[in-house]
Design a protein around this ligand. Structure first.
Ligand code: MCA
Ligand code: AMP
Length: 511
């Protein structure tokens, strides 16, 4: 049987000469493919020695550093399910994920270890390992320390297509997060498809400035770079000036629309500065047609916009050759089928607006421990209901025209209003709240909350109090950047809160 382990698939495509650099790091140091393989082996050996078995969860909440990549690859090699978590999550948010996924091992930065230990309520208690980067840019902590004693070779676990590779949490319209179970084949087929349609080669050099705890930075960027045997500048965070410097030595960049709007504010973004680049890719949130046009005007490059989601990786892409049409997200990836359907799942004629449904090797296995949620989001014929409103033209080109789900996308991060509303509703003196997304020049959408006090609590709290309450429990990117305290929410005759009226009323909030 061919080993379907994603690591085995990636490894087959590693360069013959493994001394080739894979990661170029901000301090000028590098990591070769040989080193990557050995460090991933050390992680896998360590996990096995700690009794981690196939399918056991290994959670990571750390900053971006080479060891975070070794940990990801080591989990794949050992057959453990990697569970990356946004560094902004608070202890309260983590408590939910840990309780739900019950990881065997948690890797975190040292100053979060006590807080994390205090929220663990399940047995057996997970082992907590630490990882951070010191002032000399070295990865330190109990994880890198323990890796040192481990052998540098490891026989990668033989797995089948449907074996679990990762769990990524995605919030839901009910406010309750769901762990999307992603298989080895979901990832390898998606990486191979992106490699092919975006014409990757081992000469490519990627600018990697995305976080590695979401699909975009972890799978779309890293897996595709690795399956090509290519290399990347592995940056801790997005800094437009650093990225502009690197463009002279790179060929591909991937980013959320905020990366592009921030780059465009720089005078150094010119055709000369980007001359060696062959491909700029955008996704995770809609890019304004105006951003596409201005970027082309400044650089001569046409940004390639693609569309995807946690549950399915990449779904559609504008073509590498041929028209890249702003406002559209292109065609279904090879082997992926898409249809625009009515609320019953019946396919609609071209150009009619409906919900996008998809099927293919990229579609996830289901939600962790939530079979009823999984069933709700699949049609009997196997199509997954994305919740995105779309149209399809007669050639199959897809445009995302809105969201059927109540979702805000801020700088590429998803924020589900219900989760924020539940948090604010808990505040003393609050009767009810409505959370909305408003146009934001930097983040695309910014989070705002409309708050109604109880009749006897009017004047008892301020906008700043509401923000402080939210900050206690919610990741910072979810905290509303504007608060409006009003007497009552607008409702229609059926009593339903009319968010569209509030979105219109406060639309200038961030302009
Ligand atoms: C940071 N802040 C934000 C965001 N990022 N607020 C709203 N939305 C955000 N995205 C807040 C911080 O909490 C902080 O608030 C203040 O802004 C400044 O923080 P800082 O860290 O300096 O921000 P930054 O470094 O400039 O980050 C902005 C960013 C980053 C570079 C746009 O958010 C980012 O890397 N976004 C990419 C997200 C991504 O990878 N998405 C892919 C998901 P305070 O001062 O109050 O603390 S995968 C996906 O969606 C699907 C599958 C797909 O299709 O790809
Ligand atoms: P997530 O749940 O974090 O995986 O986010 C996936 C969601 O991001 C999708 O369901 C879409 O709503 C949105 N999205 C991703 N890429 C695009 C894009 N190019 N245009 C519009 N929306 C996008």
């Amino acid at each position: 049987m061919t080993n379907q382990n994603l690591y085995a698939v990636l490894e087959k495509n590693f360069p013959k000469d493994r001394s080739k650099v894979c990661l170029y790091l901000p301090d000028g140091s590098t990591c070769s493919y040989e080193e990557l393989d050995q460090k991933a082996a050390q992680v896998a050996n360590l996990l096995k020695n700690k009794g981690v078995k196939k399918g056991d969860r290994v959670a990571m909440q750390t900053g971006k550093c080479p060891t975070s990549v070794f940990l990801y690859l080591g989990c794949l090699r050992a057959g453990a399910a990697f569970l990356p978590l946004n560094t902004a999550y608070t202890d309260k948010e983590l408590a939910y994920f840990f309780d739900n996924a019950q990881p065997a091992v948690i890797v975190c930065v040292p100053d979060r270890a006590d807080g994390i230990a205090s929220v663990i309520e399940f047995e057996p208690k997970p082992e907590i390992l630490t990882l951070t980067v010191n002032e000399d840019s070295h990865d330190v902590g109990s994880l890198p320390e323990a890796m040192l004693a481990q052998p540098t070779s490891f026989e990668t676990e033989v797995l089948t297509n449907d074996d679990l590779a990762c769990i990524l949490y995605t919030s839901g319209t009910t406010g309750r997060s769901k762990g999307a179970m992603i298989s080895h084949a979901n990832l390898s087929t998606n990486a191979q498809a992106l490699h092919d349609i975006w014409h990757w080669s081992n000469d490519d050099h990627l600018i990697h400035a995305l976080p590695v705890f979401h699909v975009h930075g972890l799978f779309v960027a890293l897996n595709t770079m690795l399956i090509a045997g290519a290399s990347c500048h592995f940056l801790n965070k997005f800094d437009p000036n650093e990225v502009l410097d690197l463009m002279a030595r790179s060929t591909v960049m991937m980013g959320v629309p905020t990366f592009y709007t921030r780059l465009m504010a720089e005078d150094r973004l010119t055709a000369e500065q980007t001359a060696s680049m062959r491909l700029f890719i955008s996704g995770s949130a809609p890019m304004l047609e105006e951003t596409h046009a201005q970027f082309t005007k400044k650089t001569g490059h046409r940004i390639l916009e693609r569309y995807g989601m946690t549950e399915a990786g990449m779904i559609t892409s504008n073509p590498y050759e041929g028209d890249r049409i702003p406002g559209t997200v292109g065609f279904a990836l090879p082997d992926v089928s898409v249809r625009v359907a009515d609320t019953q799942g019946n396919e609609l004629p071209h150009c009619e607006v409906g919900i996008l449904e998809i099927t293919g090797p990229n579609v996830f296995l289901g939600y962790w421990e939530m079979p009823e949620k999984t069933a709700e989001e699949f049609r009997p014929d196997g199509y997954f209901i994305t919740g995105d409103m779309a149209t399809s033209d007669d050639k199959g080109r897809i445009s995302i025209v809105g969201r059927g789900k109540d979702l805000i996308i801020s700088g590429g991060y998803n924020v589900y209003p219900k989760e924020i509303e539940l948090c604010l509703d808990d505040m003393e003196g609050v009767l009810e709240t409505a959370v909305i997304g408003l146009p934001h020049p930097d983040f695309g959408e910014g989070v705002a909350a409309v708050v109604v006090p109880l009749p006897n609590s009017k004047g008892s709290f301020t906008e700043a109090d509401v923000m402080a309450h939210a900050k206690k429990d919610l990741a910072s990117f979810k905290v509303p950047k504007r608060i409006y305290i009003i007497d009552q929410l607008p409702r229609n005759t059926m009593g339903k809160v009319q968010k569209n009226i509030m979105r219109d009323q406060y639309k200038e909030a961030f302009s």
